[in-house]
Design a binder for this molecule. Structure first.
Ligand SMILES: *Cc1c(COP(=O)(O)O)cnc(C)c1O
Length: 418
């Protein structure tokens, strides 16, 4: 492994392009939306969005208006769906920017109509039905009223209803009865839409797991978030559960840092705050300059939430985290070995060189890998590399620095992703 001079989050955009292309091929002829909310699940929204467009994604999806406008400010002009506004949001700039908005209720349709009149052009509006997740969207009993409100707004020329959609509750578990039930409710909701005379461009229901596990739910478009970053949305399922086999996804994120220090401990020495880990025998430990202020889950050590400690790769071996993860630093057990300061420490990555994956960290921390990668939006420098150009992820990163810490962009577009 090449030198690692600072704590860093390395994002391989070639992996993102590969993953998006694999997913597109899987779901064709359905179209692909790449979900880049929450700063691209911690990978850098603008950079990931650009890579996904290069790989042929048709749509981008974000949660908030701020995210949608940041993509437009960075130069993205393609189809873009936003699904979570709050009453205080000013939607007129989104209408003006050609962003597809989502309405969950007739009141939200009215807000979009009002924004369209201020923007001086019809809004692109999608309607969300709650098929059973019981989060956003109109319940089936309220759906006809929402559809009627949207139809009236379309007839008045204030909106164009471009899409109808919903979201699964348990798509990573194909045996869960909610999947069939939700798809049936969705199909019934589409009949209401057709009967009202609306002709949306896209009808969509599937997230990553449903895109890969449930072809009947592809409709016109699928919305892939986590799989676009190379993370398996259903890691507990056997390969045979995936129609067409488990896809060849490559995780895009590697988190690594230089070792600061190695030291020797005697039996009975406690490590980190509260001495939650006490060395059972003499050993050596290493100091890693990453902590919860950078996104490392505090529950990474055995006994802090789980039985199993998260591990890092140092000197070709996995080493467990010992004691509490601090705000800025953590301690790993080097089991009698010492390494010079600057020795690379890999928290997680694609897993190809023996390093743990985000899934390994998630299991050790009692969470999901979605959360592990999305947490790294803090202090550690984010570096975008392109393994198709630079060689491996471990290859030269100089010149590709698009610092999360300093907000500098390397390519002239607005890298203001903080
Ligand atoms: C986050 C999100 C997605 C993406 O889900 P993944 O499981 O990451 O593929 C799709 N649709 C909606 C509405 C979402 O909020």
């Amino acid at each position: 492994m090449n030198a690692v001079d600072r704590p860093e989050v390395v994002v391989d955009l070639a992996a993102v392009r590969h993953d998006v292309a694999v997913l597109r091929a899987r779901v064709a002829p359905a179209r692909m939306m790449t979900v880049v909310k929450a700063d691209g699940y911690g990978h850098g929204m603008v950079e990931v969005a650009r890579a996904a467009r290069q790989a042929g994604t048709d749509w981008l999806g974000v949660a908030t208006p701020v995210e949608a406008l940041a993509l437009r400010a960075a130069g993205d002009t393609g189809p873009l769906l936003c699904w979570l506004s709050v009453p205080a949001d000013d939607l007129a700039p989104l209408v003006a920017a050609g962003v597809d908005l989502t309405a969950y209720s007739p009141a939200e349709v009215a807000a979009v109509v009002e924004a369209a009149s201020r923007a001086g052009r019809p809004a692109r509006l999608q309607l969300k039905v709650d098929t059973g997740l019981h989060r956003g969207g109109a319940l089936p009993a309220d759906w006809p009223d929402l559809v009627a409100a949207a139809r009236a707004a379309e007839e008045a020329g204030a909106v164009r209803v471009t899409g109808v959609w919903s979201h699964f509750a348990a798509s990573e578990d194909p045996a869960h009865p909610a999947n069939d039930a939700q798809e049936a409710v969705f199909r019934a909701a589409l009949e209401v839409v057709a009967a009202a005379g609306l002709e949306p461009e896209v009808r969509h229901l599937a997230n990553s797991a449903a895109a890969l596990l449930r072809p009947s739910a592809h409709f016109d478009l699928v919305r892939c978030g986590i799989a676009s970053y190379g993370i398996d949305p259903a890691p507990d399922l056997p390969d045979a559960a995936f129609p067409g086999g488990r896809p060849d996804l490559v995780p895009a994120m590697t988190v690594r840092a230089p070792l600061v220090l190695s030291k020797s401990l005697a039996a009975g020495d406690g490590v980190s705050y509260g001495h939650t880990w006490v060395a059972p025998a003499a050993t050596t430990v290493g100091l890693v300059p990453l902590g919860y202020g950078d996104g490392v889950p505090r529950h990474a050590a055995a006994g802090v939430g789980t039985d199993q400690a998260a591990e890092v790769l140092v000197g070709g071996r996995r080493r467990p985290v010992r004691g509490r993860v601090c705000m800025d630093q953590l301690v790993v057990d080097l089991d009698g070995e010492t390494f010079p300061p600057g020795t690379p420490v890999v928290l997680f990555g694609p897993g190809r060189d023996g390093e743990p994956t985000a899934l390994d960290w998630a299991r050790a921390c009692g969470t999901i890998d979605y959360e592990v990668v999305t947490r790294f939006r803090g202090r550690a420098r984010r570096v975008h590399v392109d393994s198709a150009v630079d060689g491996a992820v471990d290859g030269a990163v100089d010149g590709a620095v698009d610092g999360a810490a300093d907000g500098a962009a390397d390519d002239g577009t607005d890298g203001g992703d903080r």
